[in-house]
Write a protein of this length. Structure first.
Length: 318
């Protein structure tokens, strides 16, 4: 389904407050996730650290430095912090290029996966989890592609026994980025954002079976030729909140046709509205607050927040 994204209205039925207020400003923010106690964890990729924001005090702290160039973060059903340690926005090869899990009570870090068929991952970007412990993650390369050991940009599944399975790769997808599972755990959503002229700017949906395999690929929406989606989250009613767009195109591969904001999209592709975000580059979203009606948005140097009328959904509070 295609749209004129420049004419997208404010999603008044979704928002309880039209204000989008800066929560805290840092450097290059990514991967927000909100723990059950209200603490927001998010990545500051350029400075190679994970930060925490405390809504009750308005302060932020450094949780981990260095972070392995952590990008996407998520909390699993047992309250542990999962991290995609990437390989971008830093000198040399200082990224972890792996998926880790941290016990927030003890601080113990486990490496869940760092290789596929004996080769290091490219730059793990984002992840989603199921109640049964399955983890899905994307592994694109948006940086120097000479650093790639694998010759593909793919989506993987980690099963509870540690088995790593490649689910999707070229030619079905081009450059996988954001990933999410719907609350019913029957649909896997994937951002396919390839920063080349004519590259994909699509949100794909796949049927997800009990074993964790995918089928029935279909396009939910297409942001081309503007900047496509980056990260996304799925609300309790199945609505997608997608971080996308840009005010100042960075090259010939993208246009200003998609203004920066959080695009609210139904699973059938109906565009419900856009929450404007006054900063480039918009990266990711998550739900938080006692009622899961606070939407946190990472963009540029800032962690934004706004209130929603209806609750979001996260697996560790399902």
């Amino acid at each position: 389904m295609t749209h004129d994204f420049r004419e997208t209205p404010l999603p008044t039925d979704a928002l309880a407050d039209e204000a989008l207020d800066p929560a805290v400003g840092i450097a290059f923010t990514e991967g927000p996730v909100c723990a059950a106690d209200g603490t927001v964890y998010f990545s500051d990729i350029v400075n190679n650290r994970i930060l925490t924001f405390h809504p009750d005090t308005g302060r932020y702290d450094v949780f981990r430095e260095p972070s392995g160039r952590a990008n996407g973060l998520l909390i699993d059903v047992e309250g542990r912090l999962l991290a995609c340690e990437g390989n971008e926005f830093g000198p040399g090869d200082d990224g972890g290029r792996r998926i880790t899990r941290t016990c927030l009570r003890t601080g113990k870090i486990e490496i869940l996966a760092d290789r596929f068929e004996g080769l290091r991952f490219n730059a793990p970007n984002d992840l989603a989890v199921r109640r049964n412990g399955q983890i899905f993650f994307t592994d694109p390369c948006y940086g120097c592609r000479k650093s790639m050991e694998l010759d593909h940009d793919s989506v993987y599944r980690i099963d509870p026994d540690g088995t790593v399975t490649r689910l999707l790769t070229q030619p079905e997808i081009q450059r996988p980025n954001g990933i999410a599972v719907d609350p019913e755990e029957r649909t896997l959503y994937l951002v396919d954002s390839c920063p080349v002229v004519g590259g994909n700017r699509k949100i794909w949906a796949f049927d997800l079976d009990e074993a964790g395999d995918v089928s029935n690929q279909r396009c939910v929406t297409d942001f081309a030729p503007g900047r496509g989606g980056d990260g996304m989250a799925v609300a309790a009613d199945g609505t997608l909140f997608v971080a996308a767009g840009i005010a100042r195109p960075r090259g010939e591969h993208e246009t200003a046709d998609v203004p920066p904001g959080v695009y609210v999209v139904r699973p059938d592709g109906e565009l419900l509205g856009r929450i404007p975000v006054p900063e480039d580059v918009l990266t990711n979203v998550t739900f938080g607050g006692d009622d899961l009606r606070t939407l946190y948005v990472t963009a540029g140097k800032t962690l934004f927040s706004t209130r929603l009328r209806e609750p979001g959904w996260v697996v560790h509070r399902a």
